[in-house]
Structure formats: C-alpha cells, structure tokens
Design a protein. Structure first.
Length: 158
C-alpha cells in the first residue's frame, strides 16, 4: 500500500475494474466448477428415488390386504383349535360328540369345568348290544328232506 498511485484516467479505472471483475468471476467459477456433475448426480438420484417410490407403492398395493387375511387366518385357526379342545374334553368326560359344540370357555380349564358341570346332567346311555347270531346246528331231518327234494327236482345230485 505504500505505492499508491492515484487513478487519473477513465481507462485506468476501467482496466482496474475489469481486472477485479475477472478475478471475481474466476473465483466463482472455481467455486462452482463441479456444478454440472452435481446436477447430473442430483438427476440420477431423483430418478432412483422416483423408481423406489413407485416400487414401494406397487408393493404396498400388492400387500395391502395381507394384514386382514392374516387376522382372518388367525381367527380361523383359533376357532379350529377351540373346537378340537372342546371335542377332546367332551369325549374325555363321556359326553357325546354332538355335545362338544355346546361347551363354553376360552381356556382348556374353563372348558373342562363346563364339561364336568354338564356331565352331571348327562346320563350316559348304554350302547345297544349287537344281536347274537343264531348258532349253526345240525340240519334237521326236515331240512335234509327239502334239500333232497330240491336236488331231485332240479336234476342235480349232491
């Protein structure tokens, strides 16, 4: 700063200003020299984001009713398990199969208590015995005579 020279002409002023403007432009262009690369990278990332959002939306649309289906399946499984427990408890307590659906309770212990209380009102019926088969005995004289007559009529001999 010791060598200060006053500016005396317009051309000198224009030259100094042009020099400083050029230096500032170079400084700014160095600062933003990777602008095109950043812009291209931004476009690629924006495209990838759009594709990922579309894929996420498609997947969400595909699986949107899965929660309802799972809840429905779990409900059915619970019903089947409860029916199985009721049937097992009813048969273990001597109740007929048809009475299993009438048992109440959520846990096996509750169902067992209900079966025991119902068992006091239910008198098991004795199963009917099968009819005894008639024993095979010797042929009576009458049967032998009829058999002989039939053979004679038909022409067959024993």
């Amino acid at each position: 700063m010791a060598d200060f020279t006053p500016i005396e002409t317009q051309e000198e002023l224009n030259a100094i200003i042009a020099k400083r403007v050029k230096e500032e432009q170079e400084r700014i262009s160095r600062k933003y020299e990777d602008y095109d690369a950043v812009k291209a990278s931004n476009k690629d990332l924006t495209d990838q984001l759009a594709a990922a959002q579309k894929a996420a939306k498609d997947t969400a649309d595909k699986y949107k009713d899965y929660d309802a289906k799972i809840a429905d399946y779990e409900s059915k499984i619970h019903q089947y398990e409860a029916a199985s427990v009721k049937t097992r408890v009813a048969l273990a307590n001597g109740l007929p199969y048809e009475m299993a659906s009438r048992l109440r309770g959520e846990t096996e212990e509750e169902i067992q208590k209900d079966a025991e209380s119902l068992k006091t009102y239910w008198k098991p019926q004795a199963q009917p015995m099968a009819e005894a088969e008639t024993p095979v005995t010797k042929k009576s004289e009458r049967d032998v005579a009829f058999q002989s007559m039939l053979s004679d009529l038909s022409g067959n001999k024993e």
